[in-house]
Ligand binder design. Structure first.
Ligand code: ATP
Ligand code: MG
Ligand code: MG
Ligand code: MG
Length: 473
């Protein structure tokens, strides 16, 4: 089943069950606590919290999501991307667990035709009610597992609505990993659909895992997320999210540029996937108004682009890669996401400029990094100096994560504490006397602003907030 039909089937199913179709929000959320949209429920948060009366009791959407927290998984698991589409149905104080489970089961087995015997269910550890509901639907006890806070108590990752969840996973078979259900192996039993029973408010804490539950929501709501990319992989018999019709054309472009075939395994497979997948994320981020910058969202975009370029070099691509790769994203997904087509010119110019500026220093920086790795090993140390990581970032524009990744490939870690200290010192210095740098950064910002002004605007929502957030050091 092609992805266009997967989307349509989802929307039709829920619209015919009384859900209002709502367009995806921008990747730049209307929510100061959140850097990038990471779930379908983000735009409905005020309804869930009871801050705004929901204009309809039920909704359905296909939301553009970015999760750079999954960046290291790309190419290493079969199921993680930094950008993906999340299909969801929502109830705002209307139906609850029983209907949410029944809808999901019917759509999975009848709408998408997945074999019942391959579907596994997880429920939150003390949610007896959810287990009873799934048993009534006909799922045998042996395919229902209980998991704790980490897996089955959902929250946005920032303070906000939360609740116990119940997930549907699909058994891809013994070729994909160990037996024993999603509690044992997330690659073989790929998590497809998360049904969240929204009922609590989580407050703030030092780390996500410490966010305390501080109260009850005014009413009990349903928030679900079914990953289009993962479902497409299952329905298309694709090994992973980078070889579905959502990304295959882009992967093909990378193959052409590299002059070699995607190998299907090993480190080259990772590099192919990183290039194609990050190109898609970059195209969507730019289309929604994110521009490369030193911090915030702009830094996330920059890091994705630079990581893609570095992996392209590992594949032997010496010339530009991002313009062609993002163009194939626009060609492949522009019908479904018209903002890509509307901002195709800007996407091309931003990725070209960023790649050119990075390419100028990439070769030198790589030599410096390789030499430092060799020195570190010769000195029988396993830690690359923070000074090296800092010089690479400061002089050559290597995001710390790139250095960490290259060091890790060589069996080393990086002294990140020292790196942090050096960065702080530099920021302090810049505040007092960094006129030249500030001027240069402002000039670049100005250049991007001009670029943005030259191309037609379609739903360009994030520009002002982005500029405001771009602190120039
Ligand atoms: P996982 O445990 O596999 O990392 P998750 O529990 O973090 O997934 P949820 O927050 O429950 O994911 O999101 C709902 C759905 O969105 C998932 O069930 C999955 O289908 C999809 N999804 C989540 N993260 C990604 C990703 N990085 N790439 C592609 N799809 C994803
Ligand atoms: Mg996850
Ligand atoms: Mg999970
Ligand atoms: Mg989940």
């Amino acid at each position: 089943m092609r992805s266009t039909r997967i989307r349509q089937t989802f929307t039709d199913f829920f619209v015919s069950r009384g859900h209002q179709p709502v367009p995806s929000s921008s990747l730049i959320p209307d929510d100061p606590t959140l850097l990038l949209a990471n779930a379908g429920m983000n735009q409905f948060k005020p309804y869930l919290l009871g801050e705004t009366a929901p204009p309809f009791p039920r909704a359905t959407s296909i939301q553009k999501c970015a999760r750079t927290s999954d960046i290291d998984q790309v190419g290493r698991t079969n199921r993680h991307a930094t950008f993906f589409e999340m299909m969801g149905n929502f109830s705002f104080g209307d139906y609850f667990k029983e209907d949410a489970a029944a809808f999901a089961w019917e759509l999975m087995t009848e709408g998408y035709g997945l074999e019942k015997e391959r579907l596994w269910i997880t429920v939150f550890e003390d949610d007896d009610e959810a287990e009873r509901i799934w048993r009534r639907i006909g799922v045998p006890a042996g395919r229902i597992q209980r998991l704790g806070m980490e897996d089955n108590y959902w929250s946005m990752g920032v303070p906000g609505p939360s609740g116990p969840s119940s997930e549907i996973s699909y058994d891809r078979g013994p070729g994909f990993g160990e037996e024993g259900g999603p509690a044992v192996d997330g690659e073989r039993y790929i998590e497809l659909w998360n049904l969240v029973f929204m009922q609590t408010v989580r407050g703030e804490g030092p780390a996500k895992k410490d966010y305390p539950i501080v109260g009850e929501l005014p009413s009990r709501s349903i928030d679900t997320g079914l990953g289009l990319d993962r479902l497409a992989a299952v329905l298309q018999g694709a090994e992973n999210v980078c070889t579905t019709d959502l990304l295959l054309p882009t992967l093909n472009t990378v193959q052409e540029l590299a002059g070699r075939e995607y190998p299907g395994e090993g480190e080259e497979k990772v590099s192919f996937q990183v290039v194609a997948e990050h190109a898609r994320s970059a195209a969507f981020l730019i289309a929604d108004g994110v521009l490369p910058a030193k911090d915030g969202r702009g830094y996330i975009l920059r890091r994705l682009m630079r990581r893609a370029v570095r992996h392209a070099r590992l594949l032997g691509i010496t010339g530009p890669v991002l313009p062609a790769a993002t163009a194939s994203v626009v060609a492949n997904l522009g019908d479904v996401w018209p903002e890509l087509t509307g901002r195709a010119g800007l996407i091309e110019q931003v990725v070209t400029a960023e790649e050119e500026s990075f390419a100028r220093t990439l070769a030198q920086g790589t030599r410096l990094l390789d030499a430092a790795i060799t020195r570190t090993r010769e000195g029988r140390s396993v830690t690359l100096a923070g000074e090296t990581a800092f010089e690479l970032a400061d002089t050559y524009g290597f995001p710390l994560e790139l250095t960490v990744e290259a060091a890790r490939d060589a069996g080393l870690t990086v002294d990140e504490d020292r790196f942090g200290t050096l960065l702080d010192e530099q920021r302090r210095r810049a505040k007092t006397g960094g006129k030249a740098k500030t001027a240069e950064a402002l000039k670049r910002l100005e250049a991007y602003r001009e670029l943005a002004a030259r191309v037609p605007r379609t739903e360009f929502v994030g520009y002002d907030s982005l500029i405001a957030e771009t602190t120039v050091t």
